[in-house]
Design a protein around this ligand. Structure first.
Ligand SMILES: Nc1ncnc2c1ncn2[C@@H]1O[C@H](COP(=O)(O)OP(=O)(O)OP(=O)(O)O)[C@@H](O)[C@H]1O
Ligand SMILES: [Mg+2]
Length: 399
């Protein structure tokens, strides 16, 4: 007979490998959907002189997507992936690239002993060691490095939005053009948080034709459901259909919350020696997932709803998380009337909460919402879209 602890530890091990709320996906078999975007990314990567800009909201799945692209191409390309950071300069970024590329370099080996002759040996060395001298990049390091680079090279720059003041963007853009024109085997992929491609890489008419823009949208219902189903299959567990549906609805298109809720609800079930997850396990998981959500989201929620007196800020925010949005993720105050009346269990008109909406857009309440459009046709949206899912969880937990 399998003992209790063994059951728990074994299940937990599998659950930890299939539900990964805090790490990007690195293997194909637990990566869900994104077929259309993968196809369009591969199409662009195979076009000479074309580079790819992959952009989307924080936490939407950009790094996981880039990891899978890398896996798909690795068999016949040299693919390097690196993270940009706020301290990077033009030079440090290229140094990171060349540090990750290894080339075969033929060196003359001096004779050892009397009988041996001078001969050549092939060595695998990093490209950076060929373009540096005494720890410094040589003049023309970039041109030389590009010339020595492997024939089919793909460089993925993740977190491209993090580059700061010290980075010379104009110099970089000039190089994109140079690479398109003179090194057709080299393709660059820029990945980052942005609402549109101009926010990520700036508007540069000179390279617009060379860039293929790929927007990574919120994941669809089916794609999110698939994360649950794949994970459950691998863990040899079951989940009530209603629970899966609820998890997908909570997550608002963000895979992070599907992983988090699946992991915690499966863990609750396993703790009771059960292999089927029910509503009770989900309720426990919601509570736990709220506590485990990143500090920044929890703090922002607290700042937005804090008050000494009884107030309806939490309920207004909850209504905002439930309202259907347009394609830009925005809604009108009017759309909230029915939902908020429902939440408060009394009829409320716009005048009863427009003050709250205004305050939720203010610095005082951490700009949790932002308003767009003219004052007579104002629309609202969450500043950080991931917050919408957290508000749903938090509000459900407090019910
Ligand atoms: N296609 C997918 N299938 C299954 N899980 C996914 C998928 N894409 C992302 N995830 C999961 O969603 C979470 C966020 O993914 P990821 O880190 O790739 O997002 P990101 O957009 O790079 O985030 P950030 O903006 O913070 O860099 C992770 O838990 C990851 O495992
Ligand atoms: Mg990322």
């Amino acid at each position: 007979m399998i003992d209790v602890n063994e059951f728990y530890t074994k299940k937990l091990q599998v659950l930890n490998s299939v539900f990964v709320p805090s790490a990007p996906i690195e293997v194909k078999d637990i990566f869900s959907g994104r077929n259309k975007q993968i196809q369009s990314c591969l199409d662009a990567l195979f076009q000479k002189g074309r580079h790819v800009v992959l952009y989307g909201d924080r936490g939407i799945g950009k790094t996981s997507f880039a990891n899978i692209i890398k896996l798909i191409l690795l068999h016949d390309h040299c693919v390097v992936k690196l993270n940009c950071d706020s301290q990077d300069t033009f030079e440090s970024l290229w140094k990171k690239v060349f540090n990750r590329i290894f080339v075969t370099y033929r060196q003359k080996q001096q004779p050892i002993g009397l009988s041996s002759k001078e001969h050549n040996v092939d060595e695998r060395i990093s490209l950076s060691s060929l373009v540096m001298e005494n720890g410094e990049l040589k003049l023309n390091f970039l041109e030389n490095g590009l010339k020595l680079a492997p024939e089919k090279l793909i460089v993925i720059f993740d977190e491209f939005d993090r580059l700061g003041e010290s980075f010379n963007q104009m110099q970089f853009v000039d190089q994109i053009k140079n690479i398109s024109d003179n090194y057709s085997g080299i393709t660059l992929v820029f990945v980052g948080v942005a609402e549109n491609v101009n926010n990520l890489i700036g508007k540069h008419p000179s390279i617009e034709r060379n860039l293929k823009q790929i927007h990574l949208p919120a994941m669809t219902y089916e794609e999110l459901k698939n994360i649950c189903i794949t994970g459950l299959q691998k863990a040899e567990m079951k989940m009530e259909d209603d629970v899966i549906e609820q998890i997908v609805k909570f997550s608002c298109g963000f895979p992070h919350f599907v992983h988090l809720l699946c992991f915690n609800s499966c863990k609750s079930a396993v703790f009771e020696q059960k292999e089927e997850v029910d509503k009770r396990h989900l309720n426990l998981a919601v509570q736990q997932s709220v506590d485990e959500t990143s500090e920044s989201l929890r703090e922002a929620y607290q700042k937005a709803t804090l008050a000494t007196k009884d107030n309806i800020f939490p309920q207004v925010l909850w209504a905002c998380s439930r309202v259907p949005e347009d394609e830009n993720g925005t809604f009108q105050a009017n759309d909230l009337v029915g939902i908020l009346s429902d939440i408060l269990e009394k009829q409320i008109q716009i005048q009863g909460f427009s003050y709250h909406l205004g305050k939720l857009c203010s610095k005082e309440r951490g700009n949790i919402l932002v308003s767009v459009g003219p004052s007579n046709r104002k629309r609202y949206k969450f500043k950080v879209p991931l917050m919408k899912a957290f508000v749903k969880l938090k509000s459900f937990d407090k019910k």
